[in-house]
Ligand binder design. Sequence first.
Ligand SMILES: Cc1ncc(COP(=O)(O)O)c(C=O)c1O
Length: 376
Amino acid sequence: MKLFDVYPLNDITIVKAEGSYVWDDTNQKYLDLYGGHAVISIGHTHPHYVKRLEDQLHKVGFYSNSIKIPLQVELAEKLGKVSGKEAYQLFLCNSGAEANENALKLASFYNGRKKIITFKKGFHGRTSLAVAVTDNPNIVAPVNQTDNVIFLPFNDEQSLENAFAQNDVSSVIVEGIQGVGGINVASNTFLQKIRSLCDQYNAVFIADSVQCGYGRSGKFYAHDYSGVDADIYTMAKGMGNGFPVGAISISPKIQPKHFMLGTTFGGNHLACAAALAVLEIIQQDELIKNAEVVGNYLMTELKKLSHIKEVRGVGLMIGIELPEELKMVKRNLLYNHKIFTGEAKPNVIRLLPALNISTLEADIFLAALVKELKDI
Ligand SMILES: Cc1ncc(COP(=O)(O)O)c(C=O)c1O
């Protein structure tokens, strides 16, 4: 059997990782400012994380949601505290798409409606509803197409008002900072408008925090900058630092009924141990503060550089838009300077480092970028 070939690959095999560094099979070291797509939140192979998972594996790795799992209760309490949403309720699943799928479904159960508002350049995952609310026709199969989804321009308050007036809206799903779409930050007034319209029409505000959440922006959820609460926050990626775990945090106004949601693997013992280890390190090492400080530093320094079209983002979610003629810079950073970064089409370099990246490591990247821009 061979692999189903859906990814263009870099010819690199990573065999070791620690903190913000990874090593390939020739022992070449790389600085990782990508975290395997915003997944590495507390650094690779963090000792506390490794120990907590190892200890848990020796006790019990998995049992289904037919029994009590105190680790889930511990995780709910901790997440409530660290995220500042203690009255919210936790439902655990395994990925970002699954979190969004559950959120959209729950919203529809809540108000009995079907229409979903989503935004241009948004990305919410690859499963049925998640991909239907994603703005990329290339990944929407005919079977995923539905009339229940309304695409609006991002940060456009007037079109939002019009859409609410004309439709029976169930929910609005929005990233606090669009990731795959190229690092576009939702304005505070836009998120406040979503809140007030959802209140007015009894619709559900779903904050997709899969990429921009878990402290990456310098607040626990990027949406927190707006000062309003969403009804459901969806999360995954940084939540498990590489262990597949996702979740939705649900406002107390939405009441559960038995069997309305469910999962086999979601919230298993190992997943909870991983998620708890991440929150413990985020809290203990004040990583949300570090994301803000190092993020601000990077943004300030990047804005001083010439040749760059635009620098966008908040905290450690940064997009560097380059002119078309400089699109090779990302590749050069990897092959000439051994630095992993992310990208967004067509020419945006995406920085998504671990939240405990140091300014020293940020400087290594800045020096490499300066050199690349100079050479051009
Ligand atoms: C904002 C956002 N939502 C949802 C997803 C889907 O997450 P997953 O790949 O874990 O299904 C992603 C993945 O990139 C994402 O960036």
